[in-house]
Design a binder for this molecule. Structure first.
Ligand code: IMP
Length: 180
């Protein structure tokens, strides 16, 4: 639980734009996996991608299975220092499977890089990444992002699954927050 105070700022991505963009991205994902010989494993990165995953999953027409993974990145409050730890792994056997990582945000890229490496080690046949938000200006390492919904500037954001000290995940819009 964060002890800092914070003030909600402007809306960077509103709920209507999120809905519309998910429809577009889901169509691209459907096209990419069309004709696959087995269901795609949609891997929700908890907790931030919970709401995005649920909405994306319901716009997909391809056969999917859903699993969740929990990771923790270390660093002061709103900044990731590059240390990523697996808190709870997947329960699905991933050997030979097509895995689509569903992220809330790619910031420094440490989490996405960690997951991509981890899933390849588990024997996945393909590992792709879709993220709701892409904060490119803070990238510390290269990660290949297959689909992003929105690029955002270097602001700390909350809502639509993203939190600050576990709060604000239930906001329908993505909003900037000034952390004091
Ligand atoms: P990374 O820096 O790309 O490894 O991102 C690590 C994690 O930090 C993300 O999955 C988010 O959970 C969290 N994070 C990064 N930027 C923000 C933000 O602006 N708001 C809320 N969480 C964030």
């Amino acid at each position: 639980m964060s002890t800092s105070t914070s003030a909600l700022g402007e809306t960077l991505v509103d709920a209507g734009s999120i809905r519309a963009r998910i429809v577009e991205v889901a169509a691209e994902i459907d096209a990419r996996y069309a004709g696959a010989d087995q269901p795609v494993v949609l891997l929700c990165v908890l907790k931030g991608a919970l709401i995005f995953s649920a909405d994306l999953a319901r716009q997909l027409s391809i056969p999917i299975e859903i699993d969740c993974i929990t990771v923790r990145s270390y660093g002061p409050d709103t900044r990731s220092a590059g240390e990523v730890e697996l808190v709870k792994g997947v329960t699905t056997e991933l050997q030979g499977r097509d895995v689509l990582i569903v992220e809330d945000i790619v910031d420094t890229g440490h989490t996405a890089a960690f997951l991509q490496r981890n899933l390849v080690e588990l024997g996945a046949r393909s590992v792709r990444l879709v993220t709701l938000l892409d904060k490119t200006s803070r990238r510390a390492r290269h990660v290949h992002i297959d689909w992003h919904c929105f690029r955002i500037p270097d602001r700390f954001v909350v809502g639509y699954g993203l939190d600050h000290g576990e709060r604000y995940r239930n906001l329908v819009d993505v909003r900037a927050i000034d952390v004091v």
